[in-house]
Ligand binder design. Structure first.
Ligand SMILES: [Zn+2]
Ligand SMILES: [Zn+2]
Length: 207
């Protein structure tokens, strides 16, 4: 069973309006699949605990957190001193055991995708795989404890955004909705309304 969606084939969150709007087929999976959060770097357990709880609640599917901390050297670009998000997506596809599972890899390194200065994350909708970088969401590395809740909020929003794409959600014009496009941290901080009613309705139709 499949359904048509007008959707961006690949979502690069650092830049918007690139305009490659492509009609693709999303296969709706009603089975009891999992959302697997793959830790590609050492991530503070406050962040991973909050991610697990919030993602499970929002998407109403079991969330499993796996550690897969290996060198990310294969994705490193020495010229830009950044890591290539599409390379991470390719590796993450191999983690998938069940076709319905949604995979999101979380890294603390700065990610980019060709044509973009950086990305907070990227979603390959057809593959059901996404990346998330917390690098630019943590704006005061020396002072995580006093900004913990702020960082948790940002990370949950960006994670919800990427996983939202994996469930067929598209970008939203509501500036408080997590499905808005964010090109800088103030925009992430403004997206404090969770999923707006329209996006929530779309999600419920797609779950
Ligand atoms: Zn997006
Ligand atoms: Zn929305």
């Amino acid at each position: 069973m499949s359904q048509n969606y007008d959707i961006y084939l690949s979502y690069n969150e650092a830049m918007v309006n690139q305009g490659f709007n492509i009609r693709v087929f999303l296969h709706r999976t009603k089975s009891m699949h999992k959302i697997i959060i793959v830790l590609l770097s050492e991530i503070d357990t406050h962040f991973t605990d909050a991610l697990r709880q919030n993602i499970e609640k929002t998407f109403n599917h079991p969330v499993e957190v796996r550690s897969k901390i290996n060198s990310l050297e294969y994705a490193y670009d020495p010229i830009r001193d950044q890591y290539k998000s599409p390379f991470l997506l390719s590796r993450l596809k191999r983690v998938k055991r069940s076709p319905g599972d949604k995979i999101m890899g979380v890294a603390d390194v700065d990610l980019y995708s060709p044509g973009y200065d950086f990305v907070y994350g990227e979603a390959d909708v057809n593959a059901g795989v996404a990346t998330l970088s917390i690098n630019r969401l943590i704006t005061g590395e020396q002072d995580i404890p006093s900004n913990l809740n702020l960082y948790i909020d940002r990370i949950i929003r960006e994670a919800t955004h990427e996983i939202g794409h994996l469930y067929g959600l598209v970008h939203c014009s509501d500036q408080k909705c997590v499905m808005r496009t964010c090109t800088c941290v103030p925009e992430v901080d403004a997206a404090g309304g969770g999923l707006c009613n329209t996006c929530m309705e779309n999600l419920n139709n797609n779950l």
